[in-house]
Design a protein around this ligand. Structure first.
Ligand code: ADP
Ligand code: MG
Length: 575
């Protein structure tokens, strides 16, 4: 007798459940998605405890026809797609027909549902996926799915759950993300009898953000809107001063589906990078709308991630959208708010071959390549022209602006100015060696030299193959000339050892390292706090600051300018 057998269906269901239903929040997510797919305008979620005791989702959607109710809980039963080709034009949140079956398999689940056109509804209750009772029953149009004693028959899974508090937080986050994804639907979440989240469903994103993340954040948000071909990027961004330490405040919604979208998140984070300290995360809700055939939603068991046909393009579009919005924003930290917290602290890894550059300069390594920001964004409209009034404690410049009093941290401002100069896309200054040096690099090193000579030349490393085992180094970037020609051996070893797709990142880190070295030199030349400045020097510094790409923040993300607005002054003087 063979050892391999087809699993009985109840076992197969448990396995599927292991993927779709990881924890109570997954149940809340799947049931809410079903309600949204059914066109619901109001969705009420009720949770007891960590969600293991009870999760109920009630909606006012289309309901399920009586004869379909027993079918809905079968594995792979769905009304949303018919064939494999439909997978490329999915406009609903669900499509696999697995959720109800998977949840039913690991709980005591009941469905009470009625299409508005029917006089009577239908009730069905099952345990571990086996139907116990079903009958016609009067009820309001829509659907109520109740899940009790989740994982009662899979104790192992129960043991993997976190504390009640953590599971509740996950449920709140799941519902919050869905609510942000669908401002036109009213969500209501009750946890142990407490109303913890309620949106109005009026369709206004800012009102929804206010309901979910608070009024203060919502009011400060700026809208973004950008279209490129058949793809649009829209949403709301919180200004850098309101960046939080929480990671859950960057919500990306692709075609109405809240997902973790790497290219979008990477683009947003890159656009904020210089504006916020490294331990802060931008807060934003970003919608990407694109024809369904551009997106593969069938890549993750819980549909948490999607894949785009052209991820690079999406990233570029998003970066442009975010930067355009930020460029129009008044990024000055206002005096009254005092919202900036947090110290700069993070060492950025550099390739092992490069000596450490020190904490101060490690921060500069985070600088993105000078890109569209530098080229496209007009610098006037951003920081108002200011008239210096004087210097305070040899640290701050106090200046008058058209709309209030400005206080500039002279060291931070100077750092920003120097930084911009360094980040300008000029080739690294190359310093010829007194005599060309022959360096043994082995066969692999010579091969790498052949392959990367041009790129290395662009970085200021002038090197060519000499014989089968060695290369000739003619010049080195000025910033690392002191390390001597031997450094080329390490660089080529790093490049030849790296798989093809990582060579770029070696070169990239090298370029960053060289920039950081130049920055280090410049850092030592900047005006420090406690430097006395003449009126002319103050005026020059302000002019230079106004001409930078990000006048409001130093490269470490600290603010350079604080404004006390005329309205604020008026208020304080009781005018
Ligand atoms: P999927 O959503 O992938 O189709 P599910 O197992 O989640 O699979 O649901 C199975 C089917 O049950 C759905 O295709 C839909 O027809 C129906 N259904 C589930 N929940 C609801 C609901 N709240 N309102 C209306 N129909 C629903
Ligand atoms: Mg579903």
């Amino acid at each position: 007798m063979g050892k391999i057998a087809v699993l009985p269906s109840e076992v197969a269901n448990l396995i599927a459940a292991g993927e779709v239903v990881e924890r109570p929040a997954s149940v809340a997510k799947e049931l809410c998605e079903n309600a949204l797919d059914a066109g619901a305008r109001r969705i009420t979620i009720t949770v007891l405890g960590s969600g293991l005791d009870l999760i109920r989702v009630a909606d006012d959607g289309t309901g399920i026809a009586a004869e379909d109710v027993p079918i809905a809980i079968l594995p792979h039963a769905t009304s949303k797609i018919a064939g494999a080709e439909d997978l490329w034009r999915i406009s609903t949140l669900g499509f696999r027909g697995e959720a109800l079956a998977s949840i039913a398999a690991v709980s005591r689940l009941s469905i009470l549902t009625r299409p508005a056109s029917e006089p009577l509804g239908y009730f069905l209750a099952c345990e571990a996926g086996v139907v116990q009772r079903q009958r016609p029953q009067a009820c309001a149009p829509g659907t109520v799915v109740t899940v009790r004693e989740l994982f009662y028959n899979t104790p192992a899974r129960r043991r993997f759950l976190a504390s009640t508090q953590t599971e509740q937080t996950r449920i709140v986050q799941t519902v919050a993300n869905l609510a942000l994804a669908r401002p036109e639907v009213a969500f209501r979440l009750e946890l142990d009898g407490r109303l913890v989240l309620a949106t109005t469903g009026g369709g206004d994103l800012r009102a929804t953000v206010a309901a979910v993340w608070g009024r203060e954040l919502a009011q400060a948000c700026v809208p973004i809107g950008f279209a490129a071909g058949d793809t649009t990027v829209s949403g709301l961004l919180a200004p850098p001063a309101m960046a939080r330490s929480e990671r859950d405040r960057l919500v990306t919604v692709v075609n109405g589906r809240p997902v973790y979208s790497r290219p979008v998140i990477a683009a947003v984070e890159a656009s904020y990078r210089e504006l916020i300290p490294p331990d802060r995360r931008p807060a934003a809700v970003i919608y990407v709308d694109t024809p369904p055939e551009n997106v593969d939603v069938n890549v993750h068991p819980t549909k948490r991630e999607v894949r785009f046909r052209d991820e690079r393009k999406l990233r570029t579009i998003t970066e442009e959208a975010v930067r355009a919005a930020l460029a129009k924003t008044d990024l000055v930290v206002t005096g009254a708010a005092g919202k900036y917290h947090g110290e700069y602290s993070r060492a950025v890894p550099v390739p092992p071959m490069w000596p450490a550059v020190g904490e101060e300069v490690a921060g500069l390594l985070r600088e993105p390549e000078a890109g569209p920001w530098t080229e496209n964004v007009p610098h006037e409209g951003m920081l108002a022209p200011l008239v210096p009034l004087g210097q305070l404690a040899e640290t701050y410049i106090v200046a008058a602006g058209p709309d209030g009093l400005y206080i500039i941290d002279q060291h931070a401002a100077h750092e920003r100015i120097m930084f911009d100069r360094l980040a300008a896309p000029v080739p690294s200054a190359s310093q010829p060696l007194t005599a060309a040096a022959r360096v043994e690099v082995g066969v692999d090193g010579v091969a790498a030299c052949r392959e990367y000579a041009t790129v290395l030349g662009g970085l200021g490393v002038d090197v060519e193959p000499f014989d089968s085992e060695s290369v000739l180094v003619r010049s080195l970037p000025a910033a690392i000339a002191a390390l001597g020609p031997g450094v080329v051996r390490d660089l080529l070893a790093e490049l030849s050892g790296a798989p093809a797709d990582q060579a770029d990142s070696v070169l990239d880190s090298t370029a960053k390292y060289l920039r950081a070295r130049r920055a280090l030199a410049a850092c030592h030349a900047v005006t420090r706090a406690h430097d006395k400045l003449s009126p002319q020097e103050m005026a020059d510094l302000i002019t230079q600051l106004r001409n930078t790409t990000h006048p409001y923040a130093c490269p470490h993300g600290r603010p350079t300018v604080i404004r006390l607005g005329l309205d604020e002054l008026g208020r304080r003087f009781g005018r």
